[in-house]
Design a protein around this ligand. Structure first.
Ligand SMILES: [Zn+2]
Ligand SMILES: [Zn+2]
Length: 177
């Protein structure tokens, strides 16, 4: 969704996000969307070619839990307010002249801004490095591979190794004196 900056009217633009994509590419992965991107955006042009892009969006992704390896729905809801400067701005003014608050300013080139990148970038930043289906996901048993969220497995109840059993018997004897 490319927007020509010169096409932004005096009073600004306001519209709903209508994005039909059913998956997003994230690194090497293709993440399916359970609910597509929706939300709204408001765009205003200011002096010096500055463009204010604000709004909010929501999207639901299908992620894989890093502990139990099951798929789960991960919803992102974010509001944003970005300031875009024409890329010529940093050459004219020198980056050092920007105040600390401007450190996360963005730039656009060729008089256009890719509006879908506004929410795509924020989505990429919101995807956890190690997604969890829930904070207290119990993961899978490293021995039998059972998903422990559905109940215990028998691995912990196995009889003690016979060599240990001998030692335990000796220990018991010693304790008894
Ligand atoms: Zn899990
Ligand atoms: Zn097990």
């Amino acid at each position: 969704m490319l927007l020509k900056v010169k096409d932004i009217p005096e009073g600004g633009l306001r519209f709903s996000i209508k994005d039909k994509r059913r998956s997003i590419v994230y690194g090497e992965r293709n993440i399916p969307l359970i609910k597509p991107f929706s939300g709204f955006m408001e765009i205003n042009r200011r002096d010096g070619g500055r463009v204010i892009v604000e709004g909010s969006f929501t999207v639901s992704l299908r992620l894989v839990c890093s502990r139990c390896l099951e798929e789960f729905e991960y919803t992102i809801m974010e509001s944003f307010r970005d300031v875009y400067f024409p890329s010529s701005f940093c050459f004219d003014h020198g980056v050092h002249e920007l105040s600390k608050d401007d450190l996360d300013v963005l730039y656009y080139a060729n008089d256009e801004i890719d509006l879908s990148m506004v929410y795509l970038e924020k989505t990429y930043l919101s995807i956890p490095m190690k997604p969890l289906c829930s904070e207290d996901c119990r993961g899978i048993c490293p021995i039998c591979g059972k998903n422990l969220n559905y109940g215990e497995c028998d691995c912990n109840k196995r009889p003690v190794d016979p060599r240990w059993q001998q030692l335990l018997a000796i220990k018991e004897k010693l304790m008894k004196g």
